[in-house]
Design a protein around this ligand. Structure first.
Ligand code: KG4
Ligand code: ZN
Length: 331
């Protein structure tokens, strides 16, 4: 079975051809970082306009690199939410047209479930139940896949996503966009000697909060002369606080929910100290810690195709599918 997956939920336009659950024949990712870097964050209107310009070429490149013709594609899969509505609609309209023209099934895929399935492009899916920490620019969630193989959200951020906090702190520090890789690099040169406050959920929930940490960084920068040394120390201290919050809530989730494995996914899963900290946490519970390689952590079409190939989505009518910017996890 050959699936063409299309992803345009934010600022990456991606298309991939995936066969037989794991074989990635192509995975073309067109990043718009060069457009949004001057603003320190994604500008939705610019993102959708650029998707409109590029989607045709990205899909054509994915088909060409895969070596298969459009007529041999068995099904189409596209991210239908959550995300930026203008961006989502470009990918959805394109995928609808292809499915209608080829008279093949169309699958509307939840972006968050897609990130989770990026792990299964690299590792066998563990036996349920298992726990997933999803950390990206738009989302920070703890997902639990139960014995019934249904995935439910058991914790989510109440304000900023972890990746968003990395991006905003990088902007404050005058580093580039996206901020995550810049913070990680500068953090390696600094010392985590500044004690930034971490959010505590007094109601005992498994939710996250990163806006207080971001504000603490802002005040620290206002009150201290910004030197190269300070930038490196702030990066290291912020990254440490952020990782500690993620590890703490994930540990609490492991105390409360049964799991055979711990999964880590989303763009922030590229962060090496986070991978190390989560691996240590999993080891304390004698669990494997599974994460995708960096190229599959960020938004990509292969993870979207993977959900359809795993039989975790039902086909929809090409004429009915709509985008939902706030789509929740249902499966
Ligand atoms: O999953 P993704 O590509 O897009 C969303 O669905 O949001 O994640 C992008 C986010 C950005 O906020 C970026 O700064 C962050 O992932 N990121 C990182 C690293 N690489 C990317 N955060 C921390 N450390 C990294 N090495
Ligand atoms: Zn994403």
């Amino acid at each position: 079975m050959l699936v063409l997956g299309i992803e345009t939920s934010c600022d990456e336009a991606s298309a991939a051809v995936v066969a037989d659950r794991r074989t990635i024949l192509s995975n073309i990712i067109y990043s718009q970082d060069h457009i949004h870097c001057q603003f320190g964050g994604v500008v939705p209107e610019l993102a959708s306009r650029e998707h409109l310009r590029k989607i045709d070429g990205v899909v054509a490149a994915a088909l060409e690199q895969s070596g298969v013709g459009l007529s041999t594609i068995d099904a189409f899969a596209v991210t239908c939410g959550p995300g930026l509505i203008g961006s989502l609609l470009i990918g959805i309209c394109y995928a609808k047209s292809l499915a209608y023209y080829c008279d093949k099934p169309l699958y509307g895929i939840n972006h968050l479930i897609g990130h989770m399935h990026a792990v299964f492009l690299e590792h066998d899916e563990p036996a349920a139940p298992y726990l997933t920490l999803l950390v990206s620019g738009g989302h920070t969630s703890l997902l639990h896949t139960g014995d019934d193989r249904v995935t439910r959200t058991i914790g989510r951020t109440r304000d900023d996503a972890a990746g968003e906090a990395f991006d905003k702190v990088a902007k404050m520090l005058g580093l580039g966009y996206p901020g995550g890789p810049h913070i990680e690099k500068r953090a390696a040169e600094g010392k985590a000697i500044i004690r930034f406050s971490r959010a505590k959920m007094s109601d005992g929930s498994l939710d996250f909060s990163f806006s207080g940490l971001k504000t603490a960084v802002l005040y620290h920068l206002r009150e201290n002369p910004v030197t190269d040394r300070l930038i490196a120390d702030v990066a290291a201290s912020f990254q440490k606080a952020c990782i500690e919050s993620l590890v703490q809530q994930t540990g609490r989730a492991l105390d409360q929910f049964p799991a055979t494995a711990l999964l880590l996914c989303g763009g922030v899963a590229c962060n090496t100290p986070l991978r190390t900290a989560l691996s240590h946490l999993a080891a304390r519970y004698a669990l494997p810690c599974l994460y995708p390689p960096p190229r599959l952590c960020a938004d990509n079409g292969a993870m979207v195709a993977a959900v359809a190939l795993a039989g975790r989505a039902d086909p929809v009518s090409p004429l009915d599918l709509d985008g939902d910017p706030n789509l929740r996890i249902q499966s």
